[in-house]
Design a protein around this ligand. Structure first.
Ligand SMILES: Cc1ncc(COP(=O)(O)O)c(C=O)c1O
Length: 356
């Protein structure tokens, strides 16, 4: 049974697992904001129609200016992507044919993109139950590498590397000529400060952000990388003209000015996450501490969690398998934090599993 390599699109998971799709289901495999996009997006949607006729601004000037102002950096420190995923592919292209290092488990797209460009891939494992950055090993491996990828807050574990650890690694690697790519696609689900503030001190640091997750705009495709001008100049030739559409650009500009949506979401998520985690522990499941809007769970009575995944699919509860996350290898399931009603639904299904 070959399971889909990404969460969301639950129809694919039902098909691959051979479980019949029930009439209704809840998708806990997608980890975008469960409260949806900001209300203003729906309100302003009709006015966005006016931009469809013309080509978008290929430089994304207005969106970049808004993002730059948000983080007190220059517009020249930014490159916009058709989602952060597109930027990962630009970075992989920069590394083509060379060595890249990935601290794992991590988002699977780094490896997929780097493989497509013939990179030699080295994984440095991080223990999900003892989430500490292996600084010495990473620095050693990074010496000969074009790029080192780190994902924090981490997808899939939901955990964060401490800022001091990241700074120590950046200091140790500053003369290697290796880019340290820190993927912060989920940074705004957590109140810690983004590492973007450090790009002026570390010319080899590139910080990836996505608007997909917090603003629930996966279909619009907006992401960006913040880095030194050297890195931005190296990536710019890979950027197709008009790679970000006009609606996405307009939305990105507005999102960069909105702090309320993220703040409100963080408050809700934290409450729901803490409640769900404590209920799951009472029901006999292992849950890893998470800083964001998803978490890893497992039934300690099983090594491979596939039977539980299939049982839940039958109940209309869709979790994310971890078979293609190196270091997790199917031993955990990833669940999104949702609203109380949905979280209760998940708990009920899990209790039924235990009661069999
Ligand atoms: C850690 C991480 N980085 C980047 C991305 C890609 O995000 P985008 O939708 O902006 O391409 C994802 C999407 O799942 C992700 O989980």
């Amino acid at each position: 049974m070959k399971l889909p390599s990404h969460g969301a699109n639950p129809g694919h998971l039902y098909q691959a697992s051979g479980v019949e799709k029930p009439e209704s289901m809840i998708d806990f495999s997608v980890n975008t904001n469960p409260y949806g996009p900001p209300r203003w997006l729906k309100e302003t949607w009709p006015s966005l129609f006016e931009v469809v006729e013309d080509y978008p601004d290929p430089s994304g000037k207005a969106a970049k200016a808004a993002i730059a102002a948000r983080f007190s950096i220059g517009s020249g420190n930014l490159l916009l992507g058709n989602g952060a995923a597109e930027i990962i592919h630009f970075i992989a292209r920069h590394a083509a044919g060379r060595k890249v290092v990935i601290a794992t488990p991590a988002f699977s797209e780094y490896e997929d993109a780097c493989r497509a460009y013939g990179c030699e891939i080295r994984h440095v494992p991080v223990d999900p139950e003892n989430w500490v950055l292996p600084i010495e090993e990473l620095a050693e491996q990074a010496k000969e590498a074009a790029v080192l990828f780190l994902c924090t807050p981490n997808n899939p574990t939901g955990q964060v590397f401490q800022r001091e650890e990241l700074l120590a690694l950046l200091r140790q690697t500053r003369l290697f000529g290796t880019w340290i790519v820190v993927d912060e696609a989920f940074y705004d689900f957590n109140s810690r400060e983004s590492l973007i503030t450090e790009i002026a001190s570390f010319p080899h640091l590139a910080v990836l952000h996505s608007m997909t997750k917090m603003y629930a705009v996966a279909g619009l495709r907006i992401g960006y990388v913040a880095a030194s001008q050297e890195i931005i100049h190296a990536l710019t030739p890979y950027q197709p003209h008009w790679n970000v559409n006009a609606i996405a650009l307009r939305t990105a500009e507005r999102i960069a000015q909105d702090t309320v949506h993220a703040e409100q979401t963080r408050k809700w998520i934290e409450e729901e996450r803490d409640w769900t985690a404590s209920e799951l522990a009472k029901a006999g499941f292992m849950v890893l501490p998470s800083a964001v809007n998803f978490y890893l769970l497992r039934d300690p009575a099983l090594v491979d969690q596939k039977p539980l995944l299939r049982f839940l699919l039958g109940k209309g509860v869709v979790l994310r398998h971890t078979e293609n996350f190196r270091g997790l290898d199917g031993k955990w399931l990833r669940s999104a934090v949702k609203g109380r009603v949905e979280n209760e639904h998940l708990l009920t299904a899990l209790k039924e599993w235990k009661a069999q």
